[in-house]
Each structure stands twice: as structure tokens, then as C-alpha cells.
Design a protein around this ligand. Structure first.
Ligand code: ADP
Ligand code: MG
Length: 224
């Protein structure tokens, strides 16, 4: 498989974010205003409009809660943690969601090592990647999660059977608000990259030979 590493784009993340937030929140607000005006004019199809408005509010809610995560300083709450335990916790958390789509989460480890890290942040990384894998998979399908090690790194592979990622899109992944999904926020991979940077780790993306893509997290064995 050809290796393609996400370039870490440190430039003006704050600026991109500000523009993105304004845009992402203005759209649902504009839409809600329109529907409120229709309701005010006494139009029927109220049910339908209420539903659309609730969808728009949900969108703003999701965006703001992800942004709240970003606004928290990445404080150092690092301890020695077993990586396989964090993976297992997240699999337990996401298995019901996968089951709903007829997706099996398969899990295999060849190391029991611990690393010095912030447990909730690394779990957030795993949630983001496995959720994306679930969203990319057309049911029924399998997602494989592997934990192994090289001399310097622990490696976590999240392997899906989705459509994969075209070379064109590849460099956009991790830009704030870049999403190809109807209800995406486009914040997951940015948060992921930020957390990994904070741990001196990396995210690598591979195209699978047959189908789908592999998101690989590299975490240094010793905090460097
Ligand atoms: P979101 O999931 O809200 O769209 P992310 O930052 O998590 O935001 O992902 C950004 C984009 O990257 C997705 O919209 C999708 O186009 C692409 N992507 C992420 N993971 C995968 C994957 N496993 N397979 C295919 N495309 C993916
Ligand atoms: Mg996502």
C-alpha cells in the first residue's frame, strides 16, 4: 500500500476555524429563520418544518460541543495507560452503533504495552477514527482494529472496507470543517491530529489494496 501522510498544517488554524464556525452556524440559523417566518405566516406542514428545524438545531449543538472540546486547553493529564484497554473501552462504546449498521468490529492485539498519555484524549482519537470507519462502511461489513508495535511506536490500525479516499481529498482531511457528509462537522480529524501532536504521535492514511482505507495512529513508546 502506498503511504500518504497527512501534512500537519499549523498555519492559521484559528483563522480557518473562525471563518468555518461563522459559516457552519450561519447556515442552519438562516434556514431556521426561514422556517420560522413560514410558520409565522401561518403555513401548514408544521410537522415537517418543526422536524427540519430540530435537525438544524442538532447540527449547531454538535458543532458547538465539538468546539467546546477544542476550546479546552490540552492540559497534561498524562499517566501510564494500557493502550489495549483504551481500545477495548472504545470498542465496547461503539459496538452498538456498528451493530445497527450490520458492521462487525474485529479486534486483535499483539502487544500489551502501556504508554504515557492522556487517556480521554487517546480515547477521543479512537472514537473519531472508528466512527468515521463505521460511517464509511456500507452494510454489512467488517472493521478491523489492530494494535501492534515497532521499535519506537505503538501502532493502532483502523481498517475499513469503505470507498477509500481519493488523492484529491486526502490533503483536505483534517482541515477544520472539511466534510463530505450530509451531517458531518468536519472537526473529527482536526481534533485527532491536534491530540496526536500533543502526544508526539502521528496519523497516517493508507489505501487498502482491495477496498477501503486504513487510518494508522502512531504513538511513541516513550514520551519524547
Ligand atoms: P466528519 O466525520 O464530520 O465528516 P472528519 O474530520 O471526521 O469529519 O472527517 C472528514 C472527512 O474525511 C469525512 O467527511 C470523509 O470525507 C473523510 N473520511 C474520514 N474517514 C474516512 C474513512 N474511513 N473512509 C473514507 N473517508 C473518510
Ligand atoms: Mg468524523
Amino acid at each position: 500500500a502506498e503511504e500518504m501522510m497527512i501534512r500537519s498544517e499549523k498555519m492559521s488554524i484559528a483563522g480557518q476555524l473562525a471563518a468555518g464556525i461563522a459559516h457552519e452556524i450561519r447556515n442552519p440559523l438562516t434556514s431556521m429563520k426561514g422556517f420560522l417566518q413560514l410558520l409565522q405566516a401561518g403555513i401548514d406542514r408544521k410537522e415537517e418544518y418543526y422536524n427540519i428545524m430540530i435537525d438544524e438545531i442538532n447540527k449547531i449543538e454538535t458543532i458547538t460541543s465539538e468546539l467546546l472540546f477544542l476550546s479546552k486547553p490540552l492540559t497534561d493529564n498524562k499517566q501510564n495507560e494500557y493502550v489495549y484497554q483504551m481500545v477495548e473501552d472504545v470498542i465496547v462504546l461503539l459496538r452498538p452503533q456498528a451493530k445497527l449498521k450490520n458492521i462487525e468490529l474485529k479486534w486483535e492485539k499483539t502487544t500489551d504495552e502501556a504508554i504515557y498519555c492522556d487517556r480521554s484524549q487517546i480515547k477521543q482519537v479512537l472514537i473519531n477514527l472508528i466512527k468515521n470507519a463505521i460511517e464509511a462502511t456500507t452494510e454489512p461489513g467488517d472493521i478491523e482494529i489492530e494494535l501492534n508495535e515497532s521499535s519506537n511506536y505503538l501502532k493502532i490500525n483502523v481498517i475499513d472496507e469503505g470507498p477509500g479516499i481519493s488523492e484529491e481529498l486526502l490533503h483536505k482531511l483534517g482541515e477544520p470543517f472539511f466534510t463530505t457528509k450530509q451531517n458531518g462537522t468536519g472537526l473529527g480529524l482536526m481534533i485527532t491530529k491536534q491530540i496526536l501532536e500533543h502526544h508526539h504521535g502521528h496519523l497516517q492514511i493508507f489505501q487498502n489494496e482491495e477496498k477501503g482505507s486504513t487510518f494508522q495512529v502512531l504513538l511513541p513508546k516513550k514520551d519524547q
